[in-house]
Design a protein around this ligand. Sequence first.
Ligand code: ADP
Ligand code: MG
Length: 255
Amino acid sequence: MAALNIQAVAKRFGETDVLKRIDLDIRDGEFISLVGPSGCGKSTLLRIVAGLEQQTEGHILLDGRKVDAMRPRDRDLAMVFQSYALYPHLTVAENIAVPLTMRRMSTLQRSLIGKIVPSASERRREIAGEVAKVCDALSINALKDRKPAALSGGQRQRVALARAMVRKPSGFLMDEPLSNLDAKMRVQARSEIAALHRQLDSTFIYVTHDQAEAMTMSDRIAVMIGGELLQVDTPDQIYQMPQDLRVAEFIGSPK
Ligand code: ADP
Ligand code: MG
């Protein structure tokens, strides 16, 4: 689990201020949704937290530590994208195993090298065990040997979640993970993600342009419009006491 602080983060692309001094403190284990109309800067903010994009100003802190100079894979956050970005030539099980086979050795493992290096077959068994665990959790055991092309949208989305979970990250960053699903699948996937959050006890930042989705899933909602964070509150407070006309209009507008 991780607490996350976004401190005065600004981002300029050329002449455009895409993010205008964003301050946001996210509690350990919190499920926070970032909502706002298309183009308001949600993905940019999430990518900065993930380390995939560098902010022009400000800082990102994870558990109180500045991580501005830290590479994405060292931040211990898993990102789930809208396009699930699965490898088409690998099976489901192989796709899920990718983060494990690429994991860098810890300092302890390095110091032990030459003493108790696990044999290749031992490590393979270990990885298979970890893949099986997340496949169980997401009910995708029966799909392990399929290629992504043979999966439905909802199944691909679960594989992408499984791949994010397998590293046991302390936080999940999700960028509109359900937007490629039809309405019925989306409702089901919502409750699965909510269940996953309860079960993992991790911090979730969930980006969506769908207010209704955010209302049902979140501890708090952060409303962003035009690169500014206008209100951060519980779903009830956002709905009943919008602090800005633009928030009221966005929350009240049909999707
Ligand atoms: P959202 O995810 O809320 O739809 P984005 O964060 O993707 O919004 O984009 C916010 C704004 O920043 C948009 O106007 C977009 O065109 C612009 N933008 C995003 N990435 C880049 C980039 N790499 N170069 C220039 N402009 C960008
Ligand atoms: Mg986006």
